[in-house]
Design a protein around this ligand. Sequence first.
Ligand code: AMP
Ligand code: MG
Length: 332
Amino acid sequence: MSNEELTSLSKSACDMITEASAVAERLARDIASVASVSKDDKSPVTVADFAVQAIVGLRLRDCPVVDMVGEEDASRLRTDDSLLQEVINAVRTTIPDAQAHDILDAIDSGNHEGGSSGRFWTLDPIDGTKGFLRGGQFALALALINEGVVEMGVLGLSHWGIDVDPSGATVRPPGSLCMAIRGSGARGWSIDRPDQAIDLKVADWNSDSTLRTCESVESGHSSHDASASIVEIFSGHEAVRLDSQTKYAVVASGAADAYLRLPTRPGYIERIWDHAAGALVATEAGAIVTDIHGRELDFSHGRGLEHNRGVICSVPGAHQRIIDRIAEIGLS
Ligand code: AMP
Ligand code: MG
């Protein structure tokens, strides 16, 4: 793929995520009135998840790459008129003439199977839906994959600023965007100041430093006990828990030194949309991103990271020590 083409696709991706983030943020501010239902795997899905996937699906129709591996599908909306109406209302706040059948088809355009050939997008419309529902952190994540390799990634980080406290707890900034193109570095900016982007770079860390980690709020998504036994070998440690791929951006911006995602149950396969954009942003900012056994994340096996287990994203100096410690405690 030529540089010009990648630059042009990255601009489109940033525009789509900026537009859809505004819709998601508006819904988040009135969370009590946002409808949510349970999926087959018991995880929640909300009007915001469907609306964001619809907006991106509709905007991709004007893009040279249309295939998308998206987290959601429209089957539930096809049998639930009141939920569909809420999704239509949300989409129409930014695309006023969007019709129901176009919205449903745009959501279902996320049914691509991924794999090792051709170009496709992967989208997590609301990553951290549980965080979204409890007023916490969430992210919109869109990445472009070419022949199994992530070439570009964009994160729309809700109320989190690249220049504020990593938990985002003390202030509620308007949100940020982070974008990376493979081989060209990572940039971040406040969503209301796109002209003031900064280069993202991981923290300088040496073995005498405290290891500042981040991990999921949900102990079912990453083992909190295992992370405690991993970090105890460092000279000091502190952890922040937050939802979504914002954790990759926290490491990329130097506000934490490592993001640990440690398996909680046998057989769970990480989904590509939960990692593609974030992992590239962190890698391009200088982090090392692998699974818990030190293997590179392999995005060429369809909708799941079938050949990986968990994720370790860390400043270079600490990465191997974390992997060694994982082997020592026998985590698999
Ligand atoms: P986080 O916000 O980092 O806790 O991650 C949210 C993502 O975790 C969701 O988008 C799910 O796809 C994913 N997830 C669901 N179940 C698990 C699990 N057992 N282990 C790891 N991730 C999971
Ligand atoms: Mg997700």
